[in-house]
Design a binder for this molecule. Structure first.
Ligand SMILES: CC(C)(COP(=O)(O)OP(=O)(O)OC[C@H]1O[C@@H](n2cnc3c(N)ncnc32)[C@H](O)[C@@H]1OP(=O)(O)O)[C@@H](O)C(=O)NCCC(=O)NCCSC(=O)/C=C/CCCCCCCCCCCCC(=O)O
Length: 721
């Protein structure tokens, strides 16, 4: 909807009204076309202001309309914006809240832009697998220059009004009522010539060494895009702006958009946009939900244990403005942590331009210091015995009603809850390292966890800038549980003839930030080794005979254990699945030692190496992971496929342009995933993780519905269990 009125005698005021973000749905575009026409034909109107209701200018095109071309009805954006630019009365955009994508393109078609000091602007189309194809890729470089436009368009980042003013993207910044300021401004420019205000008439400001600049940017974009096509199209579109007349540039923008618009990557990225919002609307198997469960305010929090994770969590909490009590009982670690936290806060303040959060932290070496806090996050070493002791102490020390959270990546949250007087006030908070940077937070509830606590922790996660996903309690929760079969398959493929670099290359070409073996070197092989030893899986020397590669009747690869026995713990020791210049170095190089190690291993176990294709790597690793994802859904550990996908995109380096593992399965075709799993399960009867999950079979039998319809099938499956 669009509302029109005449204000201050001669200003036509057009207000976009389309909650929640005044997105440019067909009805809004109709409204703009009609009201602009009305204002231009009214002789009493000398100038026009366009604004949005509820403190938001415009969130851009309606992304929901992009699902199919058939949805794209109503007046198209490009001619609508052209007619505004061509108007013979000045049109001023009054930007409150934000102007994004098509919203900013609309503002760029106006002759002047006035933004509120708290407003943000940006062209985030690239994050949706698109480019700013309503003239944005052609107008922005003409207005602010090629380098700045490339930076905004290829990253999609939102910038502040102050930065926009500095770039010349907006003409004025208002501290108070932006619409009033815009109306005043519109009155002042009424009747003035508009020749110099129509951006499409501008030449791009000249850039020295333009070819070199574009080559350089293209190179960088190709490296960071990890296979995403939209950033590359964005560079090509800006290049057209820099080298072609406007009309030809627009034609190029259109052609490039046509290649993106119906692509699988655009589908995947737009799915991620909505999935991220779906996971915020959490629910628990008990029926408790985000909209019916109320949290309570947290004023003071505590972190127990100031190792790597505890330090990051302390920083993340302090940056939200909370008072934090940071506790570490070991003297040496205590002193080191204080310094490290202070450095991290300083770096954070520099990065964000926000004030330092130092004063908000008090340090203590005694657990008694947490007696009056509202919420505790325990982050001691990943050891059940130790954590149990801490929880018993916390239960005795803390005031009644204190929320107790454990930062754990695999341990049983219910077992820890049972150590306390109020088990309903215990949840897991699975942070990812570095905890003050990584966006993902798994919030792990048990059958007794109170919805109030889940609401509190989900909200706290949001304040810390995390994407929080509520999940049930099981070994490894969602992320690490699904990672296990993926890693296992990578090990089995090594035994069968692959190399770490072959497997990693296939996964990186798929789009992962790092392959399975590089990740293992980064996080340290000794971490998993310790867990496997505790579980009684490790046999010194890898064991011998038939039992060496079987545990509890299931295929097991002792390769990781053998590596650890040789002191090859990964980056920290300078040797792992790869070799490094020195301990701590990150530059992974293939190690010829690995070749003889694997040959010897295969010979010892009577294995004959065969050629492994990239396709087999992807199918075995990814489908095993996806199959576990179906089990996670069947068990009710994740509320829906969106939760799994967001966990993988934000926590595990899954390429966003492939939408997450469950979305990817749907893109490949569930019947194909099922058929390939059946094939591999038949060839490897000792790998039960390859046996297709019954939910996958049910979905295929139900005609492979789209991801957003899976919940209905899942509900049926769960009710039959
Ligand atoms: C920053 C925000 C705007 C606000 O953030 P916040 O306050 O935190 O709120 P959210 O929770 O994010 O959102 C609130 C709800 O609003 C929904 N929402 C938000 N934005 C949109 C939107 N743009 N469309 C629809 N819905 C939107 C959101 O889902 C929430 O809903 P719910 O509560 O969960 O139900 C933040 O929301 C944000 O960042 N939004 C996205 C901004 C953005 O990315 N904008 C760009 C959109 S794309 C665009 O504008 C493109 C323009 C160019 C179009 C050119 C068209 C040409 C078509 C050519 C086709 C060629 C094909 C040829 C083929 C052939 O011919 O063969």
């Amino acid at each position: 909807m669009t509302q029109y009125s005449r204000v201050s005698g001669s200003v036509g005021l057009i207000t976009l009204k389309n909650p929640p973000v005044n997105q440019l749905s067909a009805v809004v575009r109709h409204g703009i076309v009609d009201t602009v026409q009305k204002a231009l034909s009214d002789p009493k109107v000398k100038s026009v202001v366009i604004c949005g209701q509820n403190g938001m200018f415009c969130g851009g095109a309606d992304i929901k309309e992009f699902q199919t071309l058939a949805n794209m009805r109503g007046p198209p954006l490009i001619p609508m914006i052209h007619s505004i630019e061509a108007a013979d009365k000045p049109v001023v955009a009054a930007i409150e809240g934000g102007a994004f994508g098509g919203g900013l393109e609309l503002a760029l078609g106006c002759h002047y832009r006035i933004a509120h000091s708290k407003a943000k602007v940006g062209l985030p189309e690239v994050t949706l697998g698109l480019l700013p194809a309503a003239g944005g890729s052609q107008r922005l470089p003409r207005l602010i220059g090629v380098p700045a436009a490339l930076s905004l368009i290829t990253t999609g980042r939102h910038i502040t009004a102050a930065e926009a003013l500095q770039l010349g993207l907006v003409d004025q910044v208002a501290d108070h009522n932006t619409v009033d300021a815009a109306v005043k401004f519109a009155l002042s420019v009424a009747g003035q010539s508009l020749d110099a205000r129509r951006i499409s008439n501008f030449q791009c400001p000249p850039v020295p060494n333009m070819d070199a600049l574009f080559e350089d940017v293209m190179q960088k974009v190709r490296t960071t895009a990890r296979g995403a096509i939209a950033p590359i199209a964005c560079v090509q579109a800006v290049r057209a702006a820099a080298t072609l007349p406007y009309t030809q540039g627009m034609q190029r923008e259109k052609e490039l958009m046509a290649t993106l618009f119906t692509s699988g990557q655009a589908r995947a990225l737009q799915y991620c946009f909505f999935a991220q919002r779906v996971v915020g609307r959490w629910s628990m198997p008990s029926g408790a939900r985000w909209d019916t469960s109320k949290g309570r305010p947290i004023h003071k929090a505590a972190v127990i244990g100031l190792g790597t994770m505890g330090r990051g969590i302390t920083v993340a909490l302090a940056q939200t403005g909370l008072s934090v009590v940071a506790v570490e009982t070991q003297e040496k670690q205590f002193m080191e942590a204080k310094k490290a936290v202070s450095n991290m806060l300083e770096r954070g303040a520099k990065r964000s331009g926000k004030p330092l959060a130092h004063g908000k932290i008090t340090y203590s070496q005694s657990l008694q210091a947490v007696a009056d806090v509202d919420l505790v996050i325990e982050a001691v070493f990943e050891d059940m015995g130790l954590k149990k002791k801490v929880f018993q102490q916390l239960s005795a020390v803390c005031k009644p009603g204190t929320f107790l959270c454990t930062n754990t990546s695999t341990l049983d949250v219910d077992e820890l809850a049972s150590q306390t007087h109020q088990p309903e006030l215990v949840v897991g908070m699975h942070f990812f390292a570095p905890a003050h940077i990584m966006k993902l937070l798994e919030v792990v509830y048990g059958p007794r966890s109170s919805p109030e606590l889940v609401a509190v922790v989900m909200e706290l996660g949001k304040k810390m800038g995390k994407v929080s996903v509520a999940v049930g309690n099981c070994r490894g929760f969602v992320g690490n549980r699904m990672l296990k079969p993926y890693r296992d398959q990578a090990y089995f493929l090594l035994e069968e003839g692959a190399t770490p670099q072959l497997i990693d290359q296939a996964l990186e070409e798929f789009g992962f930030a790092m392959g399975a073996f590089k990740v293992s070197d980064l996080s340290g092989l000794d971490v998993g080794w310790k867990v496997r030893k505790e579980e009684g899986l490790v046999q010194p020397g890898g064991g011998s005979g038939k039992s060496a590669r079987i545990r509890n009747g299931v295929r097991y690869s002792p390769l990781g254990d053998l590596m650890c026995e040789q002191g090859r713990f990964g980056q920290k020791t300078g040797r792992g699945w790869y070799q490094y210049d020195k301990p701590g170095s990150r530059d992974a190089r293939p190690d010829p030692w690995m070749h003889s190690f694997l040959e010897e291993y295969r010979a010892r176990h009577g294995l004959v190496a065969r050629r492994i294709s990239n396709q087999e790597v992807l199918e075995r690793c990814l489908y095993a992971m996806i199959n576990e994802g179906f089990r996670v859904l069947e068990d009710g550990i994740a509320a829906g496929p969106e939760d799994i996908d967001i966990i993988y995109v934000f926590g595990y380096g899954w390429p966003r342009h492939r939408g997450g593992p469950m979305f990817y399965a749907n893109m490949v075709g569930l019947e194909i995933v099922l058929e390939r799993l059946e094939h591999y399960a038949q060839a490897n009867p000792d790998m039960p993780t390859l046996q297709p999950c019954s939910l996958l079979r049910k979905l295929v039998a139900s005609g492979s519905p789209p991801v957003n319809k899976w919940k209905e099938v899942i509900k049926n499956v769960r009710s039959q269990l």
